[in-house]
Design a protein around this ligand. Structure first.
Ligand SMILES: [Zn+2]
Length: 422
């Protein structure tokens, strides 16, 4: 990651990567935290907590099913415009992008939340409020992240704390499941790519910091044949029997514990009736690891197992001339990656936690940050404060507790530390 040369950083220190430029130019977090203007900004986030919660509820009540995030994107865009963010636009993939510029040249830090949810059209997204607890699908994942992103943006603009560089404010599409990180992929294909020194995604509650990106390879595997009557046509290869052979092999794959490797057949389907040899057998497979090498190794084992199952089912019926074929569709690829525990960005984030008197374990997850990590760009998924439960379920809740505002305060202090408040 230290060999990148962003063109936005050629301000006389052109031999340094964006990340190193950040590291060498900034005041320590503790010094930034006690600046009067920063203290005032932190206090305003606590004082205006109701505004943050209002944003969270308003965005959550706009449905954002997979691939249908545009209504929520428009609301997020309008809020950025209302706050005075510059260069607000929606890119061709559907991401909302704007920027807050500092007072002098410096690094670009991208701060984002994701717009999409896992919930299909028609899901009731009305938020129910009981005390500090909000219940609705998506209220935590990731309406909390979007609301914190807005609160930090608003504070950057109103507090007028001088800082170097710029903060890109982004609402991404396609973070969940089949979206396959399409929003963030588009950003890192765009002209913005070379300027991004640090990628931050606010996605998750509590205080842990995600600096490891779990990689995943997902496939839909089809075994196919003509099928036939279970009695009359007996003696031909069966796609479902081939599928069963494959699943048995997958179930017996060796998976390392460290680095963690996992495999799962999550969905199976096929066949037409109990007295028919099936004409197809299909399964969805998910392989994961925090290590790209280990993921590639288990993937190789999977491919071998799938082919062996096909050949064994064909060999079971040597007299049959009926074809049995296999097709593998890739339904998701997320590269693994890591922002080193010893990197400047992780050390800065931990210093922010110290300054905020919170404990932040470093954890591994699968998020928008994966793409940046896999490209060697320092990236973190940040905690948004509060607490939550039941993400991806209809019972999902977020509780702001007595100090949910510490989430946006934490993110603001990190952003100011990375761009270099002065
Ligand atoms: Zn999320």
């Amino acid at each position: 990651m230290y060999l990148r040369f962003g063109k936005h950083f050629a301000f006389g220190i052109f031999a340094l990567s964006p990340a190193l430029l950040v590291a060498q130019s900034n005041a320590p977090v503790a010094a930034i935290a006690v600046m009067p203007a920063v203290r005032a900004a932190m206090a305003s986030l606590a004082r205006d907590n109701a505004w943050t919660i209002d944003q969270q509820i308003a965005l959550c009540e706009i449905p954002a099913p997979p691939f249908k995030e545009s209504a929520r994107a428009l609301a997020f865009r309008d809020q950025l415009i209302a706050l005075g963010v510059q260069q607000v636009r929606i890119d061709t993939e559907g991401n909302v992008i704007g920027e807050v510029r500092g007072t002098r040249p410096g690094p670009t830090v991208l701060l984002s939340g994701h717009l999409d949810t896992v919930f299909p059209e028609g899901t009731d997204v009305k938020v129910k409020r009981t005390g500090t607890r909000l219940t609705a699908p998506g209220i935590s994942d990731d309406c909390r992240g979007l609301a914190v992103t807005l609160a930090v943006t608003r504070t950057l603009l109103t507090s007028k704390i001088p800082f170097a560089g710029r903060v890109l404010i982004v609402g991404t599409v396609g973070e969940e499941g089949a979206g396959n990180l399409r929003g963030v992929r588009a950003i890192f294909r765009s002209a913005l790519k070379d300027s991004i020194a640090v990628f931050l995604s606010v996605d998750g509650t509590g205080t842990s910091i995600t600096n490891g990106g779990v990689g995943s390879n997902r496939y839909r595997v089809h075994y196919m044949g003509p099928g036939g009557h279970s009695y009359e046509a007996f003696g031909m290869p069966s796609p479902i029997h081939a599928l069963g052979r494959a699943i048995a092999k997958i179930a017996n794959l060796e998976a390392s514990i460290s680095p963690k490797v996992t495999f799962n057949v999550g969905v199976v389907s096929g066949g037409t009736s109990v007295n028919s040899i099936a004409n197809n057998g299909t399964m969805d497979i998910d392989l994961r690891s925090e290590s790209a090498t280990a993921l590639a190794a288990i993937d190789q084992q999977l491919q071998t197992a799938l082919l062996q199952a096909l050949n064994e089912e064909r060999a079971r019926w040597p007299q049959s001339s009926v074809p049995l074929t296999m097709k593998i569709d890739t339904i998701g690829l997320r590269a693994a990656g890591r922002t080193a525990d010893t990197s400047y960005v992780v050390r800065t984030a931990l210093a922010v936690s110290t300054a905020m008197h919170v404990v932040s374990p470093l954890v591994t997850s699968s998020t928008d940050a994966n793409i940046a990590m896999s490209l060697g760009i320092p990236a973190l998924m940040l905690p948004a404060g509060g607490s939550s439960h039941g993400e991806h379920s209809l019972q999902e809740w977020y509780d702001d507790g007595v100090d949910g505002f510490k989430g946006p305060q934490w993110v603001l202090l990190l952003v100011l530390s990375l761009v270099g408040a002065h």
